[in-house]
Design a protein around this ligand. Sequence first.
Ligand code: ADP
Length: 626
Amino acid sequence: MAKTQKFKTEVNQLMELMIHSLYSNRDIFLRELIANAADAIDKAHFASLTDEKLVQDWKIRIDIDSENRTVTVTDNGIGMNEAEVSENIGTIARSGTRAFMQMLSEQKEKAAGAPELIGQFGVGFYSAFMVAEKVELRTKKAGSDDPAVLWISKGEGSYTLDTCDKSEAGTEIKLFLKEDAEVYLDRWKLENIIHRYSDYIAYPVILPAKKVNEDKSEEWEDKVVNSRKAIWLRKPSEVTEDEYKSFYSHLSNFGGTEYLKAIHVSAEGASEFKALLFLPKTAPFNLLMPDIQKKGLQLYVKRVFITDECKELIPDYLRFVCGVVDSSDLPLNVSREILQENPHLATIAKTVVNKVLGELKRLLENDREGYEKFFAEFGRILKEGLHTDFANGEKLKDLVMYRSLNSADGKLITLDEYVKAMPESQKDIYYITGDKVESVASNPVLEYFRKQGYDVLFMTDPIDEWVMQSMFQYQKKSFKSVTKGDLELDGEKEKIEKAQEKYSALVEYLKNELGSEVSEVRFSARLTDSPCCLIVDGGALSPHMERLFRAMHQEIPESKRILELNTDHALIDALNAMVGCEERKEELSKLVHILWNQALLAEGSPLKDPAAFARSVTELLLKSVK
Ligand code: ADP
């Protein structure tokens, strides 16, 4: 008995879109169905390694019936039972459904290109409804006694489920084409689509072709239309740009067909394998959403698909790389579970990482502009490696770039360029962390470095602060934060000691007045124009790190600031003169608090009582206009 069931709301909305809104590039429906069929065969193929009953002559068939206006895609893959059909197709809203629709609504104007992306959201099956007014799916689960299932839907809110006769395992999807989709009854059209998008599919895709016999009679015969040549086993010179593009779009969940670089790896010796890896061009909108983004590389063993997301093959910080690894050393019956323990994977991963980092280095050296674009998209992910992959630390340090105090027009520089430009008197590599270039650039602590001509790296990625916890040296030079107290700045030691003596009354006064907020008040060589600045103890969290923790709702103790005063500033002199003067006591206290708040603002920290600060400043303004 047929049961009618309703689609989940989201699936329903998606179908509406498919049926009524997406008209550009409807060709991709076939790519999606063939990809699903190939995935289903991959699964059955894998299962057959341990279950001989399942061994099959694996293939995908496309049949055209012009009279009834149908196109049918058949595979002899893993198939589905009833529970799986309703779980996979229709009832349960898959996580990608909502994300796909959100992307459509965010990019209305670009929606023309949207069907291209559908496969990456795990909703490819529904693209059938771009061309079909009705879909019948018959499927039988391989290696099980579950009855075959018939699923029918016109895509309008509901579908029916029933049992049916089907003896061979696998899935058959019959599309009743819409009137305006009759082009897909044209055999050449379908053959072209398959060449374009599905050529590399490892199983034969059969599309019957008309054969004219010698006696002029015609008959249909099966014809395999894809070359099936695994692209990663071919020589780079034998692969066309179009083939790379179509393979890349199949692999990546980064959208589109544009990649930055295709990398072939052919390793012999300890671990024999071939790989084809892609560096993407642009980051996907969901780069930072781990539940949607697939991670890892595809793993094949001697051309047999093993798994889709083999995380052991590539570290997290290179998760933007997609590709295929085909190993000759792993046992074919390797189970996905024991993969993790296989030492070959670690060896392969090492080679893969080396190769990718090497390619990036070459790109940096040979195509600076291209590399900078890449770095703008993926740099923050790459930097994670500095904290997690110490073995490749030096190579990664060569690849990171920063803006800096001396670099003109916000240009990025590498650490190597930084070190090369260091004046002889400069010993350490200086950096400042913060959330924006504009705010770090105006921090008064930079005044000394500006005067000395020392460059300071601007680290304004949220991840930089975290990374700096484990970046100690580069080319034997230590990294030093300019907002920390442990710098050995040149000269002026005597001058500072003298000032400390001369202004001891002011120093004492400030310590008392600012109370628990400051750990120390002292004079500094860091300043030229500003009266004062704030820094923290060498071991303490930087103010930026503090803000990051707070933004993540983490309770952390406030690190106390060291208030550093400028020996040569007129204001310091004037304030010093006010200390001890009874009638100016109140005024002095106000001025000191303004100064303190100003210093907090300059380092980018929030004020405890912004309203009180604003009132005091207004008072000052009034005085000056009077
Ligand atoms: P995706 O393939 O990205 O997961 P789809 O919407 O294309 O998303 O398919 C949804 C699910 O339906 C698949 O994950 C798979 O479990 C199942 N499915 C689709 N087509 C087939 C098929 N030909 N054989 C077996 N299962 C299939």
